[in-house]
Design a protein around this ligand. Structure first.
Ligand SMILES: *Cc1c(COP(=O)(O)O)cnc(C)c1O
Length: 388
């Protein structure tokens, strides 16, 4: 057939078919924008709303469906929608469930870009965004109004590390007909069974532990409820939040080692945190597994592990210039945002602009504990403390 056509056409339409029956362990990477139909009737019968078939690359390929199914499984959920970043996943939830006139409550320690997005929704889209103390617990009932549609929770806050009382917040929300969405990135879905605590919508920044390589940006929204998922699917289609097949594959490739990595990050972080607690320069170590972290009792009740991310607060006698010198003096700990990868990272944060009623006067530095040997990390911190 190809012989009767111009080379230009043959370049586009090849008769070659790869042999079937190739067996290998990795998931194949399916790149596709166009998805082919056998005939018009098949095209008309196909519906992007259900995942029983393929319609267009944006709505899913075998690669993205596989990743979605695996992520839902990890969270004990039923449905999953991928987004091109963790922040895009947050936006997807907001667009799926909020409309003009609705009220959304966010914790005061919320991931900063999520606060930016909520403030934009308030300024330009007529949604009301209000902030609550992350340790409010069941008292959040007093903040709820008839138009309160959605409550965001983060467990813990990813800089200030408070662990909220999730079951109490969920009970108060449900009593007044609001949904609760959890940014569950810290636990990676491994150390917290969100749906069992009453959470309606789980959001993950796959950029962190699911990727583990500091090389992918991706997010996911996971639900158990078919009606909630239908709203997320519709928002996903309308916003065009597709993800690349190679990126989806990178996450699929990293998932089998995620639990081993998470446990190693956890064990190393607890050792580093325990060492920091012995240092006179350090006023507080904000790690949910340690007693002086706000919400430690909630962590003990609800979590089965901890991530490798925590914060240290310096004694107030050290100036910002001094603690910046400490961060600059670190060699193994690199300076950079994001976390969940194998490299240890340190980032100083100015808390007084970020969080109302912040109780500490000293400087805060957030640490991501990577997979280097713990003794080397502690030696690096000890040496850098000299630079104070
Ligand atoms: C990183 C992060 C996000 C956003 O993920 P991106 O993929 O970087 O957009 C959201 N929430 C938390 C808690 C995060 O740490």
């Amino acid at each position: 057939m190809a012989n009767r056509r111009a080379l230009q056409t043959t370049l586009v339409h090849s008769d070659y078919q790869a042999p079937e029956g190739f067996g290998a362990l990795p998931q194949a990477i399916h790149h596709a924008s166009t998805v082919l139909f056998d005939n018009v009737a098949a095209m008309r019968a196909r519906n992007w709303h259900d995942k029983s078939g393929y319609t267009y690359g944006l709505h899913g390929t075998p690669t993205t469906f596989t990743l979605e199914a695996r992520l839902a499984e990890i969270e004990d959920g039923r449905h999953c929608v991928l987004a091109p970043s963790g922040l895009a996943a947050i936006a997807l939830v907001n667009f799926a469930f909020l409309k003009t006139g609705d009220d959304v409550l966010l914790p005061d320690n919320v991931y900063s870009p999520s606060r930016e997005l909520a403030n934009w929704l308030q300024q330009d889209f007529g949604i009301i965004a209000r902030y609550y103390d992350p340790m409010i617990g069941g008292d959040i009932a007093a903040l709820m109004q008839d138009n309160t549609r959605l409550i965001w929770v983060e467990a813990p806050g990813s800089v200030s590390m408070e662990v909220p009382d999730l079951p109490a917040i969920c009970a108060a929300a449900h009593a007044k007909g609001a949904l609760v969405a959890l940014d569950n990135t810290w636990s990676a879905g491994l150390a917290l069974k969100a749906f069992e605590l009453g959470i309606d919508i789980v959001m993950q920044a796959l950029t962190k532990y699911q990727s583990g390589g500091s090389d992918v940006l991706m997010g996911a929204v996971i639900t158990r409820d078919q009606a909630l998922n239908a709203k997320l699917d519709a928002a996903h289609m309308r916003l065009g939040f597709g993800v690349g097949a190679d990126d989806a594959y990178l996450v699929l490739r990293s998932l089998p080692t995620m639990k081993v990595r998470f446990d190693a990050h956890d064990a190393a972080a607890r050792k580093v945190a325990a060492w920091l607690k012995t240092r006179p320069e350090v006023a507080a170590v904000l790690h949910p597994a340690f007693e002086d972290c706000p919400g430690h009792a909630n962590w003990q009740r609800d979590f089965t592990g901890a991530a490798g991310l925590f914060s240290m607060v310096f004694d107030a006698k050290y100036s910002e210039a001094q603690t910046d010198r400490f961060v600059d003096a670190l060699e193994l700990f690199k300076i950079g945002f994001s976390w969940g990868g194998v490299h240890s990272l340190a980032v100083p944060y100015r808390m007084h602009g970020m969080r109302r009623n912040w109780p500490y006067a000293g400087q805060l530095v957030r640490l991501n504990i990577g997979l280097e040997a713990v003794d080397d990390l502690i030696a690096d911190l000890a040496r850098a403390l000299e630079a104070l």
